[in-house]
Design a protein around this ligand. Structure first.
Ligand code: ZN
Length: 55
């Protein structure tokens, strides 16, 4: 149902939220994005691109 493209979108959105909202953005990401992201069996797509700031 969810693929790598969706994971990529979610990871990018989480990163954008962090950039814009800092801790508050992270809280939103954890509440809204994380539950969905957990259903996707794909590693962090930002790590794969070397753009990840959280891992
Ligand atoms: Zn990562």
């Amino acid at each position: 149902m969810f693929g790598r493209k969706a994971a990529e979108k979610l990871d990018d959105t989480a990163a954008a939220l962090h950039k814009v909202g800092g801790k508050a953005g992270d809280a939103v990401a954890n509440a809204v994005i994380a539950p969905v992201r957990r259903h996707i069996d794909t590693g962090c797509t930002r790590c794969a691109k070397g753009k990840c700031k959280t891992h």
